[in-house]
Design a protein around this ligand. Sequence first.
Ligand code: HEM
Length: 161
Amino acid sequence: MKFFAVLALCVVGAIASPLTADEADLVKSTWKQVSHNEADILAAVFAAYPDIQAKFPQFAGKDLASVKDTAAFATHATRIVSFLSEVIALSGNPSNEAAVQGLVSKLGTDHKARGVTAAQFGEFRTALVTYLSNHVTWGDNVAAAWNKALDTSMAIAVAQL
Ligand code: HEM
């Protein structure tokens, strides 16, 4: 029993550990390769998971192709990408850790009010990683850095849902 308690603590510790400077550099350099493709990223998320699109009153029930080039779509895509850019810019520096946790925690709280589920955050993550793996210089080290970043931040956000 004690063994499982220690194991559980180790797992939580691993999930909560912040990125090293090298891991953060990998996330930052690869994010830079796609962070100008805001609408493309959001469209990939909606195409893979229509239930996420359905949560947006302005896009629900509409054909993705008919909304993708609208100003409303660009505005929301920019909000999401800017949020990710802000968190990524802060990563890799232990003195920014509290700020990162605060931003991600607030993201979760704000989305709880919209009825967004932990499963949908998981879907978002899957779609984002698929997009990244198809559009940036991808490899085991890059995948590991992104997965660690997403494990850490998603755990904090989802804990608020
Ligand atoms: C996974 C399922 C998600 C759903 C269904 C969802 C849904 C929504 C909705 C309905 C809004 C309000 C839009 C408006 O009023 O125009 C919103 C706002 C926002 N979302 Fe999400 N969202 C999801 C995940 C995310 C994630 C993972 C991020 C960041 C990486 C994010 C970042 C934002 C931001 C920055 C805003 C604007 C600020 C705010 O109002 O909170 N969302 N989201």
